[in-house]
Design a protein around this ligand. Sequence first.
Ligand SMILES: NC(=O)c1ccc[n+]([C@@H]2O[C@H](COP(=O)([O-])OP(=O)(O)OC[C@H]3O[C@@H](n4cnc5c(N)ncnc54)[C@H](O)[C@@H]3O)[C@@H](O)[C@H]2O)c1
Length: 417
Amino acid sequence: MRVKLGFIGLGGRGAAYGMTDGSIGLLGNVLNNAKNAVVTAICDKFPERIDAAAKKIVDNGDPMPFTTTDYTELMKADIDAIIISTSWDMHVKVALEGMRAGIPVAMEVGGTHFIDDCWKLVDCYEETGTPIFFMENCCFNKDETLVTSLVRNGVLGEIAYCQGYYAHDLREEIAGGIDTHHYRLKEYMENNCENYPTHQLGPISKILNITSGNRFVKLVSMATKAIGMKHFVQNNPKYKDRLGDVEWKQGDVVTTMIECENGETIFLKLDTTLPRLYERCVTVNGTKGFYNQTTQAVILDKDNIDHEHAQYKDFFFTQDKYKDYLPDDWRTITEEQIKSGHGGMDYIMLKHFIECIKDKKPMPIDVYDAVTWMSVTALSAKSIQNGSVPVECPDFTRGKYKTRKTVDVLDFPAVKD
Ligand SMILES: NC(=O)c1ccc[n+]([C@@H]2O[C@H](COP(=O)([O-])OP(=O)(O)OC[C@H]3O[C@@H](n4cnc5c(N)ncnc54)[C@H](O)[C@@H]3O)[C@@H](O)[C@H]2O)c1
């Protein structure tokens, strides 16, 4: 049996619409790799995006899908699950509709401005029992699964601190929204918050057992002034006349500190409107060692480091020595699958989502994980608006986190030291 998928949102991420960097999007990934899935229904607000996606499906040898510009119509089509890759403002609305119709949903990442929306998702899940999967692909990435496995195997000892960035120069994507309708343009004009917390916070939360034995207690956020976009558009003839007078609200760098109930702290950085290289910089500090994604370094106390004289560059890429800790998915991945989106993590994530639907298995990133991570956007906005005051983090599990078992996204090997 092939799992029948309905796609809502056929832009860059959904269907690589308008992408010129070789991306294939979620649709291309399913068409290329998921032999056990077929796309039977597609939806976007823009008919030309529907036509482009339909052509890809038919060119792949699959039947013409049901098409619509109204996502509520897609819910009535012949589908087993929905993939939501719309703008952030539609995620919860569409997910609620799908869950109420009894159709499992996979929802793309992004934060939410509304704590109320988080509760609506939790309540809807608890009332309907319809599965919801949060598509945080970085939880499935090689580096993040390696460091999670090191933690699960006790290599880094007891963890005190984690750090991660979403550092990605998005100035062109944001300003370009004036032509492409990309939602980030409006978001950066109207809001000031940690707007994209989950690429780093997802894997870190799994490491720290958030929603299963641990929880976020409070956070504090600070935002810099907003100067990056103004400088960019005023110095770019493509945008100067149309966007030169905009008063951007989104601070260029937003830093957030989260305190966890079990005593750890988390440092997050959003850095998307100044020149820089892409970086997630997941960093984990424990009693026995340290991991840093940017330098790919694993530094262990037992290695008798000369702390006074050793240099970071001596440890670049030392994570390569820990291949035994990688989950099976990363040991067996093919070159083709690696090329199919974000270095292979999209392939692995979709494979597991489709298996969960097919075999009716619990989602490895569920509603409680999703809303706990997404809510950081609303909470950070509140902290910033009130002068960087501490803001309490709701317990969306209503106490269940105390007894919930951690569900890892992949099976980690137990490695003998
Ligand atoms: N996980 C990742 O690595 C990754 C990467 C990029 C984007 N994303 C996520 O994917 C999502 C989409 O991002 P994007 O860059 O593709 O944006 P986009 O603007 O290119 O695409 C969004 C699409 O959703 C459609 N849409 C919006 N509202 C709709 C509605 N009511 N009905 C039907 N269609 C609607 C838009 O017309 C558009 O085509 C976002 O949530 C983003 O955070 C994730």
